[in-house]
Design a protein around this ligand. Structure first.
Ligand code: FE
Ligand code: FE
Ligand code: ZN
Length: 283
């Protein structure tokens, strides 16, 4: 069965998100670990968590994905911003353990003219300080488009971060289709080639989630503006190939497309109708 969902607002708690995603036709969802732009996180509502766990079990929601705030920049040139990133990340990881065995995705960061290598050094430092052997949460590095000074725009950069992490069992990758297409990975013309490259450089066993977004901009534009599925430069055909691809079809897929609920419901229904779960690639 296709594991599909979209980004939902945490404002009304986990049980509410569970009900929302079921109403939208999905079986997984992404949510912000806290206000995407700010720092404060709501206190954990244990009753809501318990209710959600029960609901999720009944409805077959077996995994969910948290997304760190956009303001989290582990490799900023400003030590205060790096310290904020560490505090936020540490607190988020603690909170995630109330919902064990799920995933926490973050943007590696922007190096702000310090250079990619310095950026990677700071990211690795944070991960090694905060990832604990006993944690059940998988930390995911998101592939980025390379706008500004973003780190993680190539598979090699992601690989270098992973190489630096000591507790590698807790690390995975979230591939964002809009970001990698904008970064210059031609998933439209050569999906199998891109996946082969991912496998050779990072290893497909590290791939844990997919952000399913069309792109408003052309190939290799380094822009990062998401479009509705089938309405951008990537196109519906490529998404059909992605969700049915032998090496990807079991992964959870998350829409971060510019939609309200009705638009998400339509995209989820569309993707479910396109899903065969059968082999259609040669990798
Ligand atoms: Fe993201
Ligand atoms: Fe994304
Ligand atoms: Zn994006």
């Amino acid at each position: 069965m296709l594991k599909i969902g979209c980004h939902l607002s945490t404002a009304n708690g986990f049980l509410n998100m569970g009900k929302e995603i079921v109403a939208l036709g999905g079986n997984t969802f992404q949510f912000f670990s806290r206000n995407p732009r700010g720092g404060s996180a709501k206190t954990i509502d244990e009753e809501d968590i318990d209710n959600f766990k029960e609901f999720a079990k009944q409805k077959g929601i077996d995994i969910i994905l948290a997304h760190a705030p956009y303001t989290l920049n582990a490799c900023s040139n400003d030590p205060d911003i790096r310290a904020f990133a560490k505090r936020t990340f540490a607190d988020d990881l603690q909170r995630m353990e109330y919902l064990p065995n799920n995933m926490y995705n973050f943007h590696p960061g922007s190096h702000m003219k310090q250079g990619v290598q310095t950026g990677i050094k700071y990211i690795v430092e944070m991960l090694n300080e905060l990832i604990k052997p006993e944690q059940t949460t998988k930390v995911l590095l998101e592939t980025m488009s390379g706008k500004g000074s973003e780190v993680g725009k190539t598979f090699e950069e992601i690989r270098q971060i992973i190489d630096g992490v000591e507790l590698k069992d807790h690390i995975g990758v979230c591939l964002d289709t809009c970001h990698i297409y904008d970064a210059g990975y031609d998933i439209v013309g050569n999906l199998d080639g891109v996946l082969k490259e991912f496998d050779e450089i990072i290893g497909l066993e590290r791939l844990k989630a997919i952000h399913l977004n069309d792109s408003k901009n052309p190939f290799a534009s380094h822009k990062d503006r998401h479009e509705k599925i089938g309405e951008g430069s990537i196109g519906a055909k490529t998404f059909t190939c992605i969700i049915n691809n032998d090496t990807l079809k079991e992964l959870p897929f998350y829409l971060e497309t510019p939609n309200e609920f009705d638009g998400y419901a339509k995209e989820i229904a569309l993707l479910k109708s396109l899903y065969t779960g059968e082999t259609n690639n040669t990798l």
